[in-house]
Write a protein that binds this ligand. Sequence first.
Ligand SMILES: Cc1cc2nc3c(=O)[nH]c(=O)nc-3n(C[C@H](O)[C@H](O)[C@H](O)COP(=O)(O)O)c2cc1C
Length: 190
Amino acid sequence: MDLFTAMKERRSCRHYLPEAVNEDTIEKILEAATWAPSPLNTQPWEFIVITNKEVKEKIFEEANRCRVWALETSHWKWLDTYPVDFLKEVPVIIAVIGDPKKTGVDMFMEEGMMGYLSACSAAIQNMHLAAYSYGLGTLWFTLFDKKALRGILNIDTAKTPIALICLGKKADEPAPLPRKGVREKTTYIR
Ligand SMILES: Cc1cc2nc3c(=O)[nH]c(=O)nc-3n(C[C@H](O)[C@H](O)[C@H](O)COP(=O)(O)O)c2cc1C
């Protein structure tokens, strides 16, 4: 598969079929994550693979609570139609947990402590592309309170839940969202 096509055609999926994803495929996707670069090769990620119905239900409840809170706080009306119900139906949710201590030399810098987050983000993008190559849909989901998610998934308080990655067969083909052109986003210093 052409890598550029995968990067361009991958879409955020918010409707999934109930069909299970086999564990070999999940492991390959996680292996792709672990090949991401990280500061000093600290590999600051850990993964929790969730297929349990009751735990998915708890995650849904937390996301829905945050959705209502965000709606009241922001008054962004579109949030009212913002879907989180798929969290109950998606066959797999992979929690990506970062370790802030594994952030590299930037821990000594004034605006540092971002290295672990950047590395986990690179791992997450690898997961998206690997899943795409297996014909699976994904979503990078972040509408949760970190403390609440730590409680649901029993995560150490010293670690940061960074994202929930939804994974499964797509129930629809999401329309592409446009991107701004490279020229608009780039400055050359020659
Ligand atoms: C850091 C990050 C957080 C995101 N959080 C959410 C989220 O909580 N819920 C959601 O539905 N999509 C979330 N997304 C997905 C974006 O909405 C999506 O990538 C963007 O609209 C572009 O669409 P595309 O992925 O289909 O190209 C997130 C993406 C990123 C990178």
